[in-house]
Design a protein around this ligand. Structure first.
Ligand code: 6GU
Length: 215
């Protein structure tokens, strides 16, 4: 799966994509990340990407020309890719949607990360899906892009080792709690004990405890 991210701040992704499972996913699941610097598509010698909004108002708005040029560039690398726009006005990203994206297999992803006060609405003609990650406002689309990538990539076959928690979780949907409380060593920590049942070796009781203690 090819994952292309268009952003004015590609460096924000370095640590996230180069750590842990998202990093390993490249080898384990054939994930291929590509960061596209929106600035390179800017206008004129100053590589301008924004302008004040028509009709007045605070801040700056991303111009459509650099945005669409960058999306078209990404599309050329992967013509069947789906273009995502993180925006607080989008449809809320839920596990069911994440699963559907991961399940669509080889279909690539392009994420266009807006900045400033917003983007020229006309770019949405080049966007397939608009998503929000919740009811609060962020300064840009980079964190929501990382969240989409993380939630999708961990579901790709081979990313988490063995028969994994991801597969078990695949039974769960959206608003259900997905994990029970967990414990590891030591058995007693600052006078708090691990629940006896987990040390009992009694499988049926353990499973019952887990299902009774998922959030
Ligand atoms: Cl996708 N973008 C921004 N800027 N803020 C958000 C969001 C997205 N989702 C929730 N808040």
């Amino acid at each position: 799966m090819k994952i292309q991210i268009i952003t004015l701040f590609p460096e924000m992704f370095d640590k996230v994509l180069n750590s842990s499972m998202l990093w390993k996913a490249q080898e384990r699941a054939g994930v291929e990340y590509s960061l596209i610097d929106l600035r390179e598509f800017g206008i004129g010698p100053r590589k301008q990407v924004d302008d004040p909004p028509y009709g007045g108002g605070d801040g700056m708005v991303l111009r459509p020309e650099p945005a669409v040029a960058a999306i078209e560039y990404a599309k050329k690398q992967d013509p069947s890719a789906v273009v995502y726009l993180p925006t607080p006005r989008g449809k809320t990203l839920k596990q069911s949607w994440v699963k559907q994206i991961a399940g669509s297999g080889e279909k690539g992803i392009i994420i266009f990360c807006p900045r400033y006060e917003g983007y020229d609405e006309r770019i949405t003609k080049w966007v397939d899906e608009q998503y929000s990650i919740g009811n609060y406002v962020l300064t840009g689309g980079e964190l929501p892009a990382m969240i989409l990538v993380d939630s999708v990539v961990r579901l790709l076959p081979g990313v988490l080792g063995g028969v994994t928690s991801a597969e078990k979780e695949s039974f769960y949907e959206d608003d259900e709690s997905i994990e029970h409380a967990q414990y590891t060593r030591p058995e007693t920590f600052r006078e708090m004990d691990v629940p006896d049942v987990l040390l009992s070796g009694h499988h049926a009781n353990i499973e019952k405890w887990k299902s009774d203690n998922n959030g």
